[in-house]
Design a protein around this ligand. Structure first.
Ligand code: GLY
Ligand code: MN
Ligand code: MN
Length: 440
């Protein structure tokens, strides 16, 4: 768990960057699935990052003053309502929320419209996620207009609306020791789920049975949800990058690609493993698998402070492309294939992304046109792959093989820490684990 004082410290840090201004940050709305059934609720990541508060219908307002001691952290949230709590469960209410989550002030959410104009008065800048939700933008400009109407009484209205997200994205990019602890936990649960899938998968099962095991493993260890829709892709389905139907039969002789990770206390894990449905890699499968594994090892070695964001991708690409040439998938020299991008027939995505509260966490990848350097505390995935669709000029024994291997890593002072080492990935580890299952 991230302690309450860390959320306050994040708000203080944001306020110090705002200098003087008012940030208005709502949590996510509840989403109707159909008629009166709702999707499972997930708070907004920015709001949660600054509050630790998980209830819907809540808004954070930070009033930043030049004298930091005068700044105020204010929460608007649902009022206590014993009648509603009988139906929907516990809600903190402003009194308890203020105390437990350490806000300076807290008010019922219905007070937002009448209180915001006075909170904005005499501040020059409003910070919000402009353009994220047009209905919300309209509300914010409505409050600003109300302040403007008080001009004759000497009140000045904000003249600027700044996007708060770049400030928050940069803060979120660097994980604290506490955040890394939570991410390790998410990674560990997800790794266990992948191990279980390797132990339980047998020819004749369906992809959704394996998916059910993953979800069961996530929840029974206390993860609140999957961090994204699990991909459980047998055989040729592994060549569909965002395959989520998960309803096909798993056949002997095929590989199974699983891209699945859970979310713990808001933080995502994101792991892919690829293994043979019957526990033994064929020779063609092994060729491609070993190639992707070597590319991943090269990429992980390139995750070093000071290296550019792109260094792991470049390292993976060089290994993959040389392998494609050696295996007869691409023709030409390493440099010509890289330059012509012919490799994109088999490797069409990049090698990773930032990871954190969102599976594709925000944060700049480039600054002033240059890939930014990796720095301690940044967390990212390393996920090279290879996907071979049937085509005339492609050796037939590789057709319909899709492989991806994905780990989560944190940049350290000296290199990187792999957060997901407990999910087996060498051919020997995988075959041994799957052999155990046959011995039972
Ligand atoms: N699971 C989403 C991704 O790997 O980016
Ligand atoms: Mn990923
Ligand atoms: Mn993934």
């Amino acid at each position: 768990m991230i302690p309450v004082k860390s959320f306050r410290e994040r708000r203080r840090h944001l306020a110090s960057q705002m200098q003087k201004g008012v940030a208005i940050i709502p949590t996510a709305p509840e989403q109707v699935r159909n008629r009166d059934a709702y999707f499972p609720y997930r708070f907004d990541s920015y709001f949660y990052y600054l509050t630790g508060f998980r209830e819907p219908e809540a808004v954070l307002v930070i009033v930043a003053e030049s004298d930091e001691k005068e700044s105020k952290h204010i929460l608007f949230c649902r009022d206590k309502d014993l009648e509603r709590e009988i139906w929907d469960g516990f809600r903190y209410g402003p009194g308890a929320a203020r105390e437990i989550f350490d806000f300076d002030e807290a008010y019922p959410i219905f007070r937002l419209d009448d209180m915001l104009p006075s909170l904005l008065a005499n501040h020059s800048t409003v910070f919000c996620s402009l353009g994220h939700d047009t209905a919300w933008d309209t509300r914010v400009t409505g409050w600003i207009n109300q302040v403007r109407q008080q001009a004759r009484s000497g009140v000045t209205a904000p003249a600027r609306i700044d996007d708060v997200r770049p400030l928050l994205d940069e803060m979120r990019l660097f994980k604290s020791a506490e955040e890394l602890q939570v991410m390790r936990r998410a990674a560990e649960i997800s790794s266990g789920a992948h191990r279980r899938a390797m132990r339980e998968t047998r020819p004749g099962m369906s992809e959704y049975e394996v998916e059910a095991g993953l979800l069961h493993e996530f929840r029974r260890h206390g993860a609140q949800a999957p961090a994204y829709t699990s991909i459980v892709a047998g055989g040729a389905n592994a060549c569909v990058l965002h395959y989520v139907e998960n309803n096909a039969c798993l056949n002997s002789g095929d590989l199974l690609l699983i891209d699945a990770g859970c979310e713990v206390d808001g933080y995502a894990s994101d792991i892919t493993r690829t293994f043979p449905v019957d526990g033994k890699f064929s020779s063609a499968q092994k060729d491609l698998y070993q190639l992707v594994l070597s590319a991943q090892a090269a990429a992980i070695s390139a995750v070093q402070p000071g290296n550019s964001w792109d260094a792991p991708h470049e390292a993976a690409l060089r290994v993959l492309v040389q392998g494609f040439i050696d295996l007869g998938l691409c023709q030409g020299s390493l440099d010509t294939v890289i330059q012509s991008e012919d490799y994109k027939r088999f490797y069409m995505h990049r090698t990773g992304h930032w990871l954190g509260l969102d599976v594709h966490d925000p944060g700049e990848y480039k600054r002033d046109g240059e890939w930014r350097p990796l720095q301690p505390g940044m967390t990212l995935t390393v996920e090279p792959g290879c996907y071979v669709r049937p085509a005339d000029n492609v050796p037939r024994h590789f057709w319909d093989i899709g492989v991806r291997i994905e780990d989560d890593v944190a940049v350290t002072e000296t290199g990187c820490e792999v957060l997901t080492p407990a999910a087996p990935k060498t051919v020997v580890e995988i075959e041994e684990l799957m052999q155990e299952r046959k011995d039972q």
